[in-house]
Design a protein around this ligand. Sequence first.
Ligand code: C2E
Ligand code: MG
Ligand code: MG
Ligand code: MG
Length: 283
Amino acid sequence: QAKALGRNRYCFFEPAIEARLRDEMELFTQLRHAIEEQQFVLHYQPIIPLAEGLGSYGEALLRWPGGGSQASPGVFIPFAEQHGLIEGIGDFVLEAASHFVATSIEQGLPQSISINLSARQLALSDLPERLSQAVSKHGIPASAIELELTESSLIQNLQAISVTLTRLRQAGFRIAIDDFGAGYSSLNYLVELPVDKVKIDQRFIWSLFNSPRNQAVVKAILSLAHTIGIQTVAEGVETAEQLAFLQAHGCHYVQGYYLARPMSQQDFLTFQQLGTANMTPAG
Ligand code: C2E
Ligand code: MG
Ligand code: MG
Ligand code: MG
């Protein structure tokens, strides 16, 4: 530490590095402030069933209205994870999503929601207790909350993660592997880990018709998941052709701009109400 400080005295930072550090300091300060002041909101993107007997639900996606150019969760979430700020964000998301589910149920519209958990959150030893406390505080069943975990957060310690996932499922939460196939992809995770669902990464869906290989991969994931009794979601569905392919190959749910974009809580409730109305047989 002293050595590093001492070295800094003699060394000039490159202007570009200095500028980057300044930007990072600023983002850190803004983000910490945003957490303290609860300046975030959740939007919800509908996830639509293709198979009969399944209901639609929504994925909670974090929005930071005051975040300026850094407001994309793809930017500030990884930053928050790296700089020790993700716990505060995670608590906000859990609280806001549980509150939303409770409000929906009060309005007679049973709701189930998925939330994204980061690798850091998954590593918290009291995660199952935290989650259970949040749902019981709001009087909602744990089964109303699905936890999306990216594949990359699962690979770190398969044994320990498996234990945590088992505890979470025993508490009633459902587990989905997010962005499956994006990175470290091993079909092993699907088979080994106690999960309910797999979400196929959007890049496979976008490039579905670019090569027969991508179609083969998606078909293989759908088929394996089906065989071992895991439900499937395709993310990033943007065209009718993609939807038709997924339907033809037995994908359980679809999510993407072709069906609906992430929307405010109020718009999502309206969307759900319309869906329920449409499904009610006439007469
Ligand atoms: P994700 O969990 O894989 O979420 C899906 C992302 O794809 C969302 O981006 C969504 O808006 C976008 N998307 C959905 N359908 C389409 C489509 O058809 N086309 C395209 N181009 N994009 C589509 P978003 O909201 O920017 O979130 C990015 C990532 O940030 C999420 O990826 C997730 O990893 C992370 N994230 C978002 N909210 C949270 C949160 O509350 N907690 C944590 N830990 N991570 C979050
Ligand atoms: Mg997700
Ligand atoms: Mg995803
Ligand atoms: Mg993602």
